[in-house]
Design a protein around this ligand. Structure first.
Ligand SMILES: C[C@@]1(CC(=O)O)c2cc3[nH]c(cc4nc(cc5[nH]c(cc(n2)[C@H]1CCC(=O)O)[C@@](C)(CC(=O)O)[C@@H]5CCC(=O)O)C(CC(=O)O)=C4CCC(=O)O)c(CCC(=O)O)c3CC(=O)O
Ligand SMILES: NC(=O)C1=CN([C@@H]2O[C@H](COP(=O)(O)OP(=O)(O)OC[C@H]3O[C@@H](n4cnc5c(N)ncnc54)[C@H](O)[C@@H]3O)[C@@H](O)[C@H]2O)C=CC1
Length: 210
C-alpha cells in the first residue's frame, strides 16, 4: 500500500449503493469537499437528509454500465459480487479510481480510519487485515490529538513563511526545523502556551547559523 492524500475539492465522485457503509464513505468524501453523487435504488435516512439539504445528488436507480462516465473516483458499496465485477471492468476502461468496500483485491485504494483536526490529518490502516483495529486506534488516539496541534499548525504557517524569507536554502530550512520543532517547544504547545512557543521559534530563526 502506498499512502497518498487525494485532493478532491469540488471533484465529481460517485458512491454506488445507499446503505450504512455507503453513508460512512459519503461522509468521508464530503469532509474532503468532494462533489458527491449516490447511485442506488434505495437510501438510508442519513443519506436522504443529505439529499434534502442538497449536500449530495441522488440518482434513484441501479448501477448500469456507463454510470462512471464523468467521475474521477468511485466507491462501490453494493455488496454484490456480480455488480462488483462489472464496476471494476468499467473503472478499468474509464480509468476511474475505485474502492470496492467488500473486496480489497478489486480496490485501487482503501480507506483508513482518520482523525481530522483542522488541516492535521492522522490516519490508521491495516492493509485490510482488521478495520476494527484501525477504528480502535483511531478512538484511542483521538484523545492524544486534541485541538492544540491544529491551533499550533495555524501559527506554523506564518513562521514557515518567515523561515523561508530568512534562511536561504532548503537544506538550511530542513536543518532548522528538525531542531527548532523540539520537545521543549512542543511541550509549550501542549500547555497551550502558543505565544511562548512562537517566540521561541522566532528567536531560533533570527539566531540560525548553518
Ligand atoms: C479494506 C477496507 C476497504 C474500504 O472500505 O476501504 C475495508 C473492508 C471491510 N470492512 C469490513 C468491516 C468493518 N469495517 C469497519 C470499519 C471501517 N472500515 C474501514 C476501512 C476498510 N474496511 C478498508 C481497510 C481498512 C484497514 O486497512 O484497516 C474504516 C477504517 C474507514 C472507513 O470506512 O471510513 C472504518 C473505521 C472508521 C472509524 O470508525 O474510524 C468495522 C468496524 C465498525 O464499523 O465498527 C467493521 C466490522 C469489524 C471488522 O470486520 O473488522 C468488512 C466486512 C467484513 C465482514 O464481512 O465480516 C470489509 C470487507 C472485507 O474485509 O473483505
Ligand atoms: N468497507 C467497509 O468499511 C465495510 C464493508 N462492509 C460490506 O459492505 C457491503 C455493504 O454494506 P451495507 O451498506 O451494510 O449493505 P446494505 O445491503 O445495507 O446496502 C446495499 C445498498 O446497495 C443498494 N443496491 C443494491 N443493488 C444495487 C445496484 N445494482 N446498484 C446500486 N445500488 C444497489 C441497496 O439499495 C442498498 O442501499 C456489504 O457487502 C458489507 O459486507 C461492511 C462493513 C464495513
Amino acid at each position: 500500500m502506498y499512502p497518498i492524500n487525494l485532493i478532491l475539492d469540488n471533484k465529481p465522485c460517485v458512491v454506488l449503493g445507499g446503505g450504512h457503509v455507503a453513508l460512512r464513505k459519503v461522509k468521508g468524501l464530503l469532509e474532503a469537499k468532494a462533489k458527491v453523487t449516490v447511485i442506488s435504488p434505495q437510501i438510508v435516512e442519513g443519506l436522504a437528509k443529505l439529499v434534502e439539504t442538497k449536500a449530495i445528488i441522488w440518482q434513484k436507480k441501479c448501477y448500469e454500465q456507463g454510470d462512471l462516465t464523468d467521475f474521477i473516483l468511485a466507491i462501490c458499496a453494493i455488496g454484490n459480487e456480480e455488480v462488483n465485477a462489472q464496476v471494476r471492468k468499467e473503472a478499468n476502461q474509464k480509468k476511474v479510481i475505485l474502492n470496492v468496500v467488500d473486496r480489497l483485491e478489486f480496490c485501487d485504494f482503501a480507506l483508513p480510519a482518520k482523525i481530522r483536526r483542522g488541516d492535521l490529518l492522522v490516519t490508521f490502516s491495516t492493509n485490510g487485515k482488521s478495520p476494527a483495529l484501525s477504528r480502535y486506534l483511531r478512538c484511542k488516539m483521538e484523545r492524544e490529538f486534541d485541538e492544540t496541534y491544529a491551533n499550533w499548525l495555524d501559527k506554523l504557517v506564518q513562521l514557515r513563511k518567515e523561515a523561508i524569507e530568512k534562511l536561504p536554502t532548503s537544506d538550511d530550512r530542513e536543518i532548522f526545523w528538525r531542531s527548532a520543532l523540539s520537545d521543549d517547544v512542543m511541550e509549550l504547545v501542549r500547555a497551550k502556551k502558543y505565544d511562548e512557543a512562537e517566540a521561541s521559534i522566532r528567536d531560533a530563526i533570527s539566531g540560525f547559523r548553518a
